[in-house]
Ligand binder design. Structure first.
Ligand code: ASP
Length: 337
């Protein structure tokens, strides 16, 4: 009897263990499957990809070429932004940017890589390629931001050349403005070239960059959203990236680019996230949104993109499937009519 009891008990224990192991095995298999599925759905369906604020075809083409040759998203966004910084005709970025109200051109830029690293320079005079200086801050210093004189000195120590950034055309425009010296932020609703750029490379990694001369005729020392992490730019390689243009003060007050990336993390599409970020600005009590522009672009890890602005005429360039197109963004005043 004793033996029979022992056998019965042993069989029961054996069966129990078998069931437990099978459940664990099934669960493990299921988890692996789930993981595979998650990775699959997060893989960019379109790569490489570049998206940038405003009508910036050459900058986007330059970035796309870097990616098509197998370059990194980081190299691509830097190369793309340099195009606008060197373009003297563009009056809101780099050389030829409109000066502050004292006649000084001061530039802001920042860059973020796919590992969550960030570098920025703020209020820099006499150096054209501030996006490359921002990258140097990120890569060769223990800091994330350098400002003004210190940033300029650092740039020179890294081999960047000082040059006069005020072109004849921008000087003339400033002299014209000085006649009335009316201090009100001027937002170019239609023609603009402050550039925020996001790229996905062939490895599926995302980086972003942003460079500007800021608001025309701003107060000396004024810095907007463009070089501030989470304001003018934010990238999280697990989720996506976002960039802003327009009245930086309003972007900063809502931490716009960070907000968009976090909304995408919670499941919103890039388009929905951009719309929500614009709505946050517009729906503030006493918002003066009729008198300023803000525009956002975003991309998620799958390579889906979005853009939205307050006023009409915000546009962006998108390089996808080998094509580089300028696309007009939808805008919130379109729906408020
Ligand atoms: N966001 C920039 C700034 O506020 C300017 C712009 O994009 O127009 O400095």
């Amino acid at each position: 009897m004793k033996r029979k009891y022992f056998m019965q008990k042993a069989t029961a224990v054996g069966l129990g263990l078998l069931i437990v192991f099978s459940v664990i095995a099934c669960k493990t298999e299921h988890t692996t499957e789930e993981k595979k599925e998650a990775i699959k759905t997060n893989e960019p369906s379109v790569k490489p990809l570049v998206i940038a604020t405003w009508n910036t075809p050459l900058a986007v083409e330059t970035a796309a070429k870097v990616l098509e040759k197998g370059g990194s998203a980081l190299d691509a966004v830097e190369a793309g932004c340099r195009i606008e910084e060197a373009n003297e005709e563009g009056q809101s970025v780099g050389k030829g940017g409109l000066p502050d109200r004292d006649g000084n051109v001061t530039l802001d830029a920042c860059i973020m890589d796919d590992k969550g690293n960030y570098g920025a320079v703020l209020c820099v005079k006499n150096i054209k390629h501030v996006i490359s200086v921002a990258r140097k801050v990120m890569e060769v210093t223990p800091h994330v931001m350098l400002v003004g004189e210190g940033a300029e000195q650092f740039a020179v120590s890294q081999g960047f050349e000082r040059e006069n950034l005020l072109t004849e055309a921008s000087k003339k425009a400033w002299e014209e403005w000085k006649k009335k010296s009316e201090y009100k932020p001027i937002i170019n609703i239609e023609n603009h070239d402050t550039i925020g750029m996001l790229a996905i490379d062939n490895d599926g990694n995302i980086s972003g960059a942003c460079t500007t001369s800021g608001l025309a005729y701003k107060m000396a020392g004024r810095v907007g959203d463009s070089p501030i992490i989470g304001g003018g730019l934010f990238v999280d390689n697990e989720v996506g990236g976002a960039a802003a243009t327009g009245l930086g003060e309003e972007v900063l007050k809502t931490v716009g680019s960070f907000l968009i990336v976090e909304l995408m993390r919670q499941g919103k599409s890039p388009q929905e996230a951009c719309e929500e970020a614009i709505a946050r600005i517009v729906n503030k009590p006493n918002s003066d949104f009729k008198n300023f522009q803000v525009g956002y672009i975003a991309v998620n890890k799958k390579g889906e993109t979005g853009a939205y602005s307050i006023h009409e005429w915000f546009s962006y360039n998108l390089y996808k499937n080998g094509e580089n197109k300028n696309i007009k963004s939808d805008f919130i005043l379109n729906r408020k009519k």
